[in-house]
Design a protein around this ligand. Structure first.
Ligand code: KG4
Ligand code: ZN
Length: 340
């Protein structure tokens, strides 16, 4: 079965063709990053317009590279949300049009589900359930319990900034450019992670996250030390990046492992743009190993938004795994307090 996937939730216009839920025949990603760079963030109206311009050529290229004409496609899957409303409309219209022209089934999938299932992309083994999912991107930071394909229950999510957004904002504060995740990680490599003791927003008693206070702590630290001699040196920025990255990755790793332990679930899977962060990968691997928890990360090249993950989510839905995708927070869920 060949599925044409379409992704337009934020600032990547992407189309992919996936065969039998395993083989990526094509995965074209047009990134709008150059368009949004000077604003240090995604401008929704510009994003919608760029999607409109690029969606047709990107789809055409994906089909061409896959060697698939309209007869070679069995279904069309698109990311129906969450995302920017105007951007979502473009993907939805393109998907609907293609499915009618090709006379094939249309499935809308959850973008975050795509980030999680991306763990299976490129011939990786199917996920093992139940698992704890940590989805960390520019727009979301979510902790789920996943009982099977399409069986999701959100434990917690960010109350303010997403983890990736915090990276982007700290990068902006330090003048390191946009998007900030990779820039901060690169700068952090030369820094001392214990140089500044930034707070760890664990939010004891809740599975939620909150990164805006951490971002503000960085802003205050910068303001207060700007008068200092080191303030403009590369070493100073490197230390801040390393210390900030340590605080974010500590928070994510501790909460994910605690969730697995609290619910007696021996598997964790991590997806989303921030899952590409090497420090997070190392730290979570260590903590998981210490606690005999198995860990899966999305391959780095599929962490960022792409349509192959959407096609895969569509495939799982068609294969019947889906059912209802419930990702509402369950207030009845007992939360074990693990404050330290
Ligand atoms: O998943 P994604 O492509 O888009 C959303 O769905 O939001 O994630 C993009 C986010 C950006 O905030 C970017 O700064 C962050 O992922 N990111 C990283 C790294 N690479 C990308 N954050 C930390 N470390 C990285 N290496
Ligand atoms: Zn995403």
């Amino acid at each position: 079965m060949r599925i044409l996937g379409i992704e337009t939730t934020c600032d990547e216009t992407s189309a992919a063709v996936l065969e039998n839920g395993r083989t990526i025949l094509s995965n074209i990603v047009f990134s709008q990053v150059r368009l949004h760079k000077r604003f240090h963030g995604v401008v929704p109206e510009l994003a919608s317009r760029a999607h409109m311009e690029k969606i047709a050529p990107v789809m055409e290229e994906a089909l061409r590279r896959a060697g698939a004409g309209r007869a070679g496609i069995d279904a069309v899957a698109f990311a129906r949300g969450p995302g920017l409303p105007g951007a979502l409309l473009v993907g939805r219209m393109a998907a609907e049009t293609a499915s009618r022209l090709f006379n094939v089934r249309l499935v809308g999938v959850n973008h975050l589900e795509g980030h999680l299932l991306a763990c299976e992309l490129a011939d990786q083994a199917p996920l093992k359930f139940p698992l704890v999912a940590l989805i960390v991107s520019g727009g979301h930071t979510e902790l789920w319990i996943v009982k099977g394909y399409g069986r999701y229950r959100a434990l917690g999510r960010t109350r303010d900034d997403a983890a990736g957004e915090a990276f982007d904002k700290v990068s902006k504060l330090l003048g390191l450019g946009y998007p900030g995740g990779q820039a901060v990680e690169r700068a952090a490599a030369a820094g001392d992670a214990s140089a500044v003791k930034f707070p760890r927003p664990y939010l004891p008693g809740s599975w939620d996250f909150s990164f805006s206070g951490l971002k503000t702590a960085v802003a205050y630290y910068l303001r207060d030390s700007r008068a200092g001699a080191r303030a403009d040196s590369g070493a100073f920025a490197a230390d801040i990046c390393a210390s900030f990255q340590e605080a974010v990755t500590d928070t994510l790793a501790v909460k994910a492992v605690q969730a697995a332990l609290a619910f007696g679930i021996p598997d964790i899977a991590v997806g989303g743009g921030v899952a590409a962060n090497s420090r997070l990968r190392v730290k979570l691997s260590e903590k998981a190993a210490e606690n005999k928890i198995r860990l899966r990360f999305v391959e780095k090249r599929y962490c960022m938004d792409n349509a192959a993950m959407i096609a895969l989510a569509g495939y799982r839905k068609i294969k019947g795994g889906a059912g209802k995708t419930s990702i509402a927070i369950d207030p009845e869920l007992k939360i074990k307090s693990w404050a330290r």
